[in-house]
Each structure stands twice: as C-alpha cells, then as structure tokens.
Design a protein around this ligand. Sequence first.
Ligand SMILES: [Zn+2]
Length: 552
Amino acid sequence: MKKTILLLIIMLFGSAALKPADTSAVKIKLDGKEKTVQTIRKGKTYYFSLNDFSKQFGQDGKYSSKTGMYDITTKKHRLRFSPGSTFALVVTLKDTMRKSFQMVQPAVLLKNDVYVPVTSVTGPFEKVYGDKISFKVPEAGTRFGNDKPAKDPEEEKPAVKEDKPVKDTGNKEEEKPVKKDDEKKEPEKNDKQSFDGDIKKIEVEERANGTLVYIYFTTDKLPATTHKIVEEDDKKRIEVNLKGTGYNKELFAPKYGKGLVSYIDGEADGKNTIMKIGLKDGILSYDEDCNENKKFIRYIINGKVSQSKEPGKENWKFDVVVLDAGHGGKDHGAIGTNKTKEKDVNLAVTLRVGELIKQNMKGVKVVYTREKDEFIELVDRGKKANKADGKLFVSIHCNSTPEKPSTATGYEVYLLRPGKTKDAIAIAEFENSVIQYESNPSQYQELNEENFILVTMAHASYMKYSEKFAGILNENMSVDTKLKSRGIKQAGFYVLVGASMPGVLIELGFLSNPSDEKYLASERGKSDLAMSIYNSIKAYKEYYESVFEKKP
Ligand SMILES: [Zn+2]
C-alpha cells in the first residue's frame, strides 16, 4: 500500500508523467467571462496552470522559487499552493485568519508554474472568489463550482487523502451541500453574526524564541476577532475582541504568566469578550492564526531567542540519551526484498546502542521510546523524550525505494528542516505515514513550509548541536560500517518535531537493496552500525561538554 502511495507521489513530482492535453482543456468562468486555460493531464485528472489563470483573468499570481510557494493575491485574500503538497491555504488578509483545504492530488511544479488538480480546487477558489467562479473539465464537460462537482472515477478512491489523514477540513468542504444560484449562500463557518459560544480554555506554551497563546471554544466554530497592540505606562498588551463570545470570569482567574506573556485578563463588552494578553519586554512581533479542526485561535508572540532554552550551565551535563527505534507493532515500516522488517532491524540496532552506552558511558542514562515490538505513536515518542529531559534524540530507521529490488544503497542522516529534495520529501512522507495507524491523526499539523516556521522556532537553538552530531555520525558510519554515505539531508519528520532537544533521524541502509538488506539483517551489520552510532554519541558528548566547560 505504502509503495503505491510513494510511487504515486513520485509520479506526480516527475514531469515526465504529465502529458499536455492538446485536444481538451479546462475552462474557467470568472465574473461571467469564460476562458480556456492551459491544461495538463495525468491519468484521468486534469491540472490547470495557475500562471495562465492569473494572466487570463488579470490576477496577481506568481511562483516564488525562494519560498517554493505559489500565491494568488486579491484585495481580500491570499490563495497559496505548494508544489508537492496536497494542501491549499486561504489567508483572509484583513484579520489573517487562515483556512486550509486538502486536495486529492498535490499541486505540481512545471517550469516556474504551478498546476493544480481542477476537481479538487473548488473549495479554496470559492473561498476567494465566492460563487463568481466555476470550472469545466474537458470531455465530461461538467461544470462545477456553482453546480455539482463532477465525479472523476479515479478520485472516488483518493489514495493520497485516505492514507495521509493529517487534516480533513478540505473533505468537509467538498462534501457540503451543492449550492444553487437561486439559493441563499450558506452561512460560513466564521459567520460574524452567528457565533454564540464561550471560551472553553486558555493555554500558554513556551517556545525557544516565542510564546503561543491558545484559546479553545465550546462551539464547533470560531468567533470573528479583531486584535491590536495597546500601550499603557510603558507596558504593552494585545487586546483581542472575541465577537459574540460569552465572558467567563473564572477563566481569567489564573494569570497565565509564562514566557513572553506576563498575564492574561478579560472583560465583558456587551456580547463580546475582550481578552488582554500582557506582554513582557523584548517582543518582536505577533501574529494570529487559527485551526478550525482543533477549534482554537492562536496568538504567536515572537521574541528574541531566550537563553533559558539553550542548555544552561546548571543543566549542561550530557546525562540522558533518547534512542528511538522507528515503527513497531502493527507498523512494520519498510519490508526488505527478503522480507526483513524494518521495525526489527531498528529495534535490534537501537538496543545494542543502548547496551554499549550503559556499559561504557558512566553517568549517561539511556531512555528508549520502545524496548520491544510495540506500536508507539509519534507524539508519545517525543513526549517521552522531553519528560526524560534528553540531551540528544536519535531516531533509527531503514530506508526503502518504492520499486523492489533496487540498486539504491547507503545510509542517510536527516536533520529536521523543510525537505528540499524530492527524495527527502518522499522519505519523510513514508516515515510520517505511520500516523495512519494512530487513533487521532488530526493532532498532526501538516508540515508545509509555513508550519515549519512555527515548528522550527522550537528547534532553532538546538540546530547547531543537531548539525554537529549529524556530522560526527556521517563521518563515523563511513569508516565503521560497510555502507557508504548518501550525505546529511533535511526533511520534515514528525518524530523530530516532537522532541525538544538536538536530534537526528538515521536511515541505516536500503532494505530494498538485497546487499544492504543482507548486511542490515546480519549480526555483523547490526553490530557495526550500533558501534558506529555509539562511537558518535561518545564523540558528541565530548564536544558538547567542551563547549559548556568553556562557558563562563
Ligand atoms: Zn522508518
């Protein structure tokens, strides 16, 4: 199953799989004008060009190779697509509210232009253009947008969507009742008049260079808000007007002082609640966003990187290593050409590394995220690591290609950063796909570049240590093992996101390569690999302690 998904993703990334549809093209109607837009076709799915759409309808749309995103900006909204991602994001410029939509297929990059699958972009385009826009697919000739969406046979089984259920807001959007021109528009989820709920709870979370304030609500929608900075007696606060939200005095009894927030207070203002977020000095900026899926509005308060999250003098001792054997239980991970299961190799190597540390490194405690063949959710791996106050997080995995057997060989060391290459993204997709086995997949936010800004906030101060360890490991493994290095790479792995400490993910070798597989399954191979990882942890410990001994 995973093989199919990966293959599909790779096919969609590869432009070779896309052939121009010369005889038929997508037609788009906007403001009463219908135009034919440049179209490509993959299987039964038509993709249209965002550049051509923008040009033909005089819209401000462009792809930035720097950010890797395509933005169409109108007076009120920004519509954003990222090639390779199945998510479309609509930002309402006035209040920076965001809404994400999931498409069945990812957007595709072709020569500085981005193509999007016509049958699944109705939601985001309607959010921006209302009922003034409609789409017509070639051949079928079915118009949708205002009318009933055409059912594409291929899309009745949306493989990507089902297997990667990170968020489902887009699905709901697609399933909403069909609108007719003569019917009144349904109230939107954020309808200003209709909100009539209360605050359920307020949470404040600290990050390395900022503080996050979450407001959860009792209803299944979010209120409209306005927010501003108010300055009084040299002190600043953010004042948020939560429209139509009932005031609950008890919620504001705790003062929530944490990180850059000195207090949170509230007062009733007619039918609204005014929330005051007191700010400490050193605030650089703040931003508001929301997640309808999780029913919260969030304020992101950015400050200078605080020193407290850097390993401090009192806490500098390298005393806990967290070893994370990838997969386990019902999640086998990759399967080798000779049926070697990734979860078994991962666990065997991990336990050996742990044994070596216990025997040879006095004063260093080993914490495993799993010690046997069991299924552990990705978030729980991170939580366990954080609870143990780990100083280094090492996640151990094996690689595989979609086609087996294959000649791809060697090990890779990964750092947590937005994936830059097709292969790195595909590997992250595979390792992250474990969440399909989990009970609450929606707890993971999609790791697009946008979210990475938030996610990596927490990791900024660890990055130089992660890089150092990755460097040591990459060198050692080329000497200690039979495998060759494929380099230090970067990608978005949820398991690294959750652990608040320096960390790397290792792909030991390719189970899809019979020679790598034989080595990974052998006593010799497991022993070499474990010894090499152990040697690297030992060398890193020396580096780490030397850095902090020099500090005054
Ligand atoms: Zn894995």
